[in-house]
Design a protein around this ligand. Sequence first.
Ligand code: SR1
Ligand code: MG
Length: 421
Amino acid sequence: METPPGYRALDESSLPGYLAGIDAVIARLGGGPADWQVREVGDGNLNLVFIVTGPAGGVAVKQALPYVRLVGESWPLPLSRAFFEHEALTAQRAAAPAQTPGLFHYDHGMALTVMELLRPHVIMRKGLAAGVRYPRFAGDIACFMAHTLFGTSDLALPAAEKKRRMAVFCGNTALCRITEDLIFTDPYRVAELNRWTSPQLDGIAAEFRADTAAKAAVSELKGKFLTCAEAMIHGDLHTGSIMVTESDTRVIDPEFAFYGPMGFDVGAVIGNLLLAFFAQAGHETDSDRRDGYRTWILDQVREVWTRFEATFLELWRKHPTGDLYPAGLFADAAGQAELERIRAAYMARLFSDSVGFAAAKMIRRILGLAHVEELETIADPDLRAACETGALRLARDMLVNRGSYPTIGDVTAAAPEFLEK
Ligand code: SR1
Ligand code: MG
């Protein structure tokens, strides 16, 4: 494929020679190229990911390919996504250092970033399928979202600075286009890239294609995605973009970052937890353990929102440093009371957005191109279809009847009712 001069896709044998020229990496790994072990471990949809270890430690290396890895060279994709990812990681590291990997090196021409090797972390999606509990997850991800979203919004930044930052990301159009098509459009129409895992879903897929109310609701959300430049969002904050241990949580892969609606990130976390909830029947046969883990997942859904809301409001009350709702305008007692009402309405609207985006994210993972491992790995097609159908029916209700879900407790109370018997 045509690539910029100087770019070459690396592999396990060429990577050590490349890294040998970077002092920060040599210091991290120890020894020299002959002492380093390299493994390509990328299992995502787009990029190459290498783990490199040496006598003194390890690094992770991510390189963009000029096409979509999941589909192949027939779908070209700009290498510039590595630039946007690095910009986003830098901003996230500043806003939420405890949840963001350290950065060691960025090479624009090679579309490549070298970062902290997260060990012994696992991709959270895999941990959820295996029924592992992560006690720190809800608080950590709430902290990450509150700090990155509040901190890059007009509530925290002077308008000119926010506009300067927005301008950095305005070229990430190819990645936004993927979201606009694959999440907000394709699952509701006949599209070449749509797929589902068994004919048992043909009927419900046809229902979505004929569902005018769902199309109207998802289009309203698409409008927010296209126009609401509220904050720098991660843009792909599913459980495959989160690495966890029982004591640490890190967010990776923000190549879809741009200035968009905050609820898109919050909804991604909630929607993907709900997918794990519905997938449990395919992974745990002991009913007590399965029910216990489902309860734990729903507890996390509640905790994520509750702690996000509390941290966001705390930041807003303590650091109202932006040009939106400037503190000086609401200084007296009446102003303070009004500002509290404004905050409550803001959070209610953000919650409603999050419910809608969560639903759209769940539907796309079952009827669109990109699926999730915890559902795809359920071997029995009838059981898998039952899990997927339950998730689709809850998501459809959340999408179309958002007003019926005014609180996170309404979401977690509804989810068990949609489990297929
Ligand atoms: C063609 S890319 C498909 C999906 O992979 C990424 O993780 C994003 O979620 C994207 O929509
Ligand atoms: Mg990704």
